[in-house]
Design a protein around this ligand. Sequence first.
Ligand SMILES: Cc1ncc(COP(=O)(O)O)c(C=O)c1O
Length: 384
Amino acid sequence: MSDSATGDGFPSAGEGTRAVRAGLPDPVKYEPHLPGPVFAAHFHLPGEPTGPYTYGRDENPTWTHLEHAIGELEAPGQDGVETLVFASGMAAISSVLFSQLRAGDAVVLPSDGYQALPLVRTQLEAYGIEVRTAPTGDDAQLDVLDGAKLLWIESPSNPELDVCDIRRLVESAHARGALVAVDNTLATPLGQRPLGLGADFSVASGTKQLTGHGDVLLGYVTGRSGEAMTAVRRWRKIVGAIPGPMEAWLAHRSIATLQLRVDRQNASALAVAEALRGRPEVTGLRYPGLPDDPSHKVASRQMRRYGCVVSFTLPTRARAERFLEALRLVDDATSFGGVRSTAERRGRWGGDAVPEGFIRLSVGAEDPEDLVADVLRALEESAR
Ligand SMILES: Cc1ncc(COP(=O)(O)O)c(C=O)c1O
């Protein structure tokens, strides 16, 4: 049997098989398949203080298993790739930005990315880093890339679901000497593999579809081993934004069902998007898996699955609020990717440049026909 703990994994097996076995150590008689969470602030350490396990802020065996699991899905069969887990997606994002950039450097961020990025921008600027922005679609990043140290991509973008040609942008960025990081939260490693498209880092919030039950905050960075990842590891150590062992274990347990959840949720998202397409009150419908979506052509070249999020706009804020209230199977809540469907009027946060009636709907693992019926009924009811 292959020992996935040594990084071999099952690179040629199907994705469901790899998800089920990802990161599991070799079998040991009477031991569990997935070892339980190791709760330890420090480890027995007589003599010289060398690894692998010395102090709980630096390393933990439960993280190690999870890091192997994520690495096997993000970069199957690729040597020299390392994964580091973090306390949240934002901890992972910050670790890359703040470990790679210095005063005087320039970075390109998406202007339409996750709504905490403007806060990050302010902090980067306070440290003397020049921040340039460009929208996700239409290769606008190319106009602001000259002299940049790092290009940050979020594709598909949250919440407007635009997609950019990652390989093309990576080639242009590398030709200019810039590193590229891709926020892979929405796609998950089963939807898209940024390292395979040439990126230097795949960064994600594991809080979303990766773990999928809405009960864990987690983040990770997968990157090619070397100076850049050493700096990310050092950043984790000095900032201490580490996941608890229980969260790491729950995340690993959840990855076993990743392919099942992603296939179900993404197929249902397409069904919901198709049902919304025919509705006169719906405008700006976006789902990269819809053949006539503006992102579909690029998405189908680089994505294997299109995500579980659908976004659209209802005519007014009041109509959107009535719609959310009328839904019975879809909870009004933020975040996305969970097995229970959620939706929200994104404008309520004030951070995204979206219309007042803009809805971000995250499709869960309910029966698709029940969900479609609930959404259509809520649309009817909200008209009254
Ligand atoms: C695309 C994207 N990246 C990063 C994050 C931040 O992740 P976390 O909430 O786990 O810190 C989010 C959260 O919604 C997100 O949507």
